[in-house]
Unconditional design. Sequence first.
Length: 108
Amino acid sequence: MEKKVKKIPCLSDKPCDGHLTFKRVDYAIKLKDKTVSVPNIEVWECNLCGERFYPYEASKKIDLYKEYSGRLMLRLEPELHWKLARVANKHHRSLNQEVNYLLENTLK
């Protein structure tokens, strides 16, 4: 027996006879002079007009990327900087990748 899936009509303000389908997309944000990609955003997209509608969770994730650029200026003691660079080199990672790795695993 075939399962029927209810089609959700397009919610566009413009006249459209399309229906919405659920997708995951990467969303691009222009921040000052840089474009940042917000990965894996859930959207509803019209199959005819292409308009996208963003659920609350997706909007919150986009807002998070707008508020926090991911850039963090940090001053370290030279000895700590040297130690971090050695550890990063040992793990075949850049200093930035090593610091990200250490912070992510410390905050879990």
